[in-house]
Design a protein around this ligand. Structure first.
Ligand code: AMP
Length: 194
């Protein structure tokens, strides 16, 4: 049985850091739509040109575009043992498309949706710290607040969506990387045994 994981949570929750750790530990790909879009922008592809202003603003790339990118990625052979989806889905339409995609790819339902919980205050502090280190164009104070607003409006409803499917597990993401990863490993061990 593949380990198909979705990570939900606001920007600054540590999804990327933990996503990489989970992927390395389980030997499955870390599929991060934000990274994929940034790579397209850096390479100056048509897709990159289309989405650059949207990323800089902290708005969401249209669902159709995002779903196509994920469809192409999940269809690759390296996802046979599972995947860690980080930053997708971010809207209900994307979540529904993902369900359809899993049927299309003949892999049944997700293993688990991890809900990384942090307060807006902690998220802002972490993102301002990341801005100093990485210089991401969307990590300015204004854009950070906007991205949190977008999260609450568009993405937070996914928590209830996955809870109602019985797939949601809350993770206390306001602690150290090591502590959060220990909790995640504990959750994944019980998922894999299921
Ligand atoms: P992230 O690195 O996850 O914060 O994503 C950076 C940016 O990429 C977001 O602010 C959006 O502009 C875009 N993006 C990433 N994932 C998605 C998605 N699932 N749906 C729409 N836009 C996305």
């Amino acid at each position: 049985m593949p380990l198909d994981v979705v990570i939900l949570g606001p920007p600054g929750a540590g999804k990327g850091t933990q996503g990489k750790l989970i992927a390395a530990d389980a030997g499955i790909p870390h599929v991060n739509t934000g990274d994929m879009f940034r790579a397209e922008c850096a390479a100056g592809t048509d897709l990159g040109e289309r989405v650059k202003a949207i990323l800089d603003n902290g708005d969401l790339v249209p669902d159709e575009v995002t779903i196509e990118v994920v469809r192409a990625r999940l269809a690759q052979d390296d996802t046979a043992g599972g995947f860690v989806l980080d930053g997708f889905p971010r809207t209900l339409a994307q979540a529904e498309a993902l369900d359809g995609l899993l049927v299309e790819l003949d892999r049944g339902k997700l293993s688990v949706a991890l809900n990384f919980q942090v307060s807006d205050e902690i998220a802002v502090t972490r993102l301002l710290g990341r801005a100093r280190v990485e210089g991401r164009s969307d990590d300015t104070p204004n854009r950070i607040q906007h991205r949190l607003d977008v999260y609450h409006e568009k993405s937070e409803p996914l928590v209830d969506h996955y809870r109602s499917k019985g797939l949601l597990v809350d993770v206390h993401a306001d602690r150290t990387v090591e502590e959060v990863f220990a909790e995640v490993q504990h959750v994944l061990a019980s998922v894999e045994r299921a």
